[in-house]
Design a protein around this ligand. Structure first.
Ligand code: G
Ligand code: MN
Length: 307
């Protein structure tokens, strides 16, 4: 995204101060979700409980907002806001495809809302590789993409392990998607059995460095060396490196010092509902604190339950 494409939303180098304590809580349990709060996917679908939440992604060099990751949530009337682990049965490709399609269309639609408010954001969304095989994503994006010339495209996050296991097909799909303005981010890089060879021919825009490498890299020399290596790798392939799940300001500073391009994580801001995210953008642009979540329609009480 070019500088001129987006309103300046101020300095995003450190933690966002205008968040409540509830919003600031580490979303550690959002990865697995409390087991006693399971919701049937079909109930969530029938009752239209799905929402897309947004987590800011910061350009660490320019200290500016670069975009956001769109994250699917269910807002259950009694159980509160739940992450996919609580409503998406594992191994159920049909439900995963349904969720991905709904999330994709909602994210394309929301881009226009952000743009109308003056923010041209690079939005990304996580999609399992199995869903990329199933859904006609290029056709869906061609049909539902914003018509604005300023639309910067969409980033699809695909897990590094899945890419490594399906290198040839991943390359074919990534090449097809690129034509339609969709680029690939390699997610959770460095966590599992990441294969360097699988990256060789894959057209990707970003490598997202796994939280296990990012965590403590300000003090842990081994993790700092690994992060530095992944950043170099991303750059050598013409991409950018995104540090994922950055929980400490000291790690954010260390990552900036070693040339990491983008950062995302609770040390900057947790995922939040769309209108809360918009409030925050507007407030930072005008340098006023955002309205408290209780005062906004978007963030009724479950904001504190963002995991
Ligand atoms: O790697 P992946 O994109 O799947 O991770 C997304 C999940 O990580 C989201 O559910 C989000 O709530 C969670 N998350 C976001 N920021 C942080 C963070 O700083 N620390 C941890 N542990 N999880 C985070
Ligand atoms: Mn992600």
């Amino acid at each position: 995204m070019k500088d001129s494409d987006s309103k300046d939303v101020g300095n995003w180098s450190g933690p966002i101060k205008d968040l409540t304590e509830g919003e600031r809580r580490t979303p550690a349990d959002s990865m697995s979700g409390p087991v006693n709060r399971q919701v049937a996917f079909s109930d969530a679908l029938r009752n239209k409980w799905f929402e897309i939440w947004y987590q800011p992604k910061i350009d660490l060099k320019r200290k500016r907002l670069a975009g956001a990751e769109a994250l699917a949530r269910v807002r259950h009337p009694q159980l509160g806001v739940l992450p996919p682990a609580n409503f998406l049965p594992s191994g159920d490709d049909k439900s995963a495809a349904e969720l991905a399609q709904q999330s994709l269309l909602a994210t394309l639609f929301d881009w226009t809302t952000f743009e109308e408010a003056g923010f041209n954001l690079h939005l990304s969304i996580s999609v399992p590789l199995s869903v990329l095989f199933k859904l006609p994503i290029p056709r869906l994006v061609a049909q539902y993409r914003p018509h604005s010339k300023r639309w910067p495209g969409l980033i699809l996050e695909v897990k590094a392990d899945d890419i490594a296991r399906n290198a040839h097909l991943s390359k074919e799909i990534a090449t097809q998607l690129r034509v339609g303005g969709i680029s690939i981010a390699i997610d959770d890089f460095g966590a599992g059995f990441t294969s360097l060879a699988s990256l060789r021919d894959l057209p990707f825009a970003e490598i997202k460095i796994d939280q296990s490498l990012v965590s403590g890299c300000a003090t842990d020399a081994a993790n700092a060396a690994l992060c530095q290596t992944v950043i170099d790798l991303a750059h050598r392939f013409g991409g950018v490196a995104v540090a994922d799940g950055v929980e400490k300001t000291s790690d954010l500073e260390a990552l900036t010092a070693i040339g990491c391009d983008y950062g995302q994580g609770v040390s900057i801001a947790p995922p939040m509902p769309k209108s809360r995210f918009l409030d925050l953008l507007r407030a930072r642009m005008s340098n006023k604190p955002a309205a408290s979540p209780a005062a906004t329609k978007s963030a009724e009480k479950p904001v504190g339950q963002v995991a």
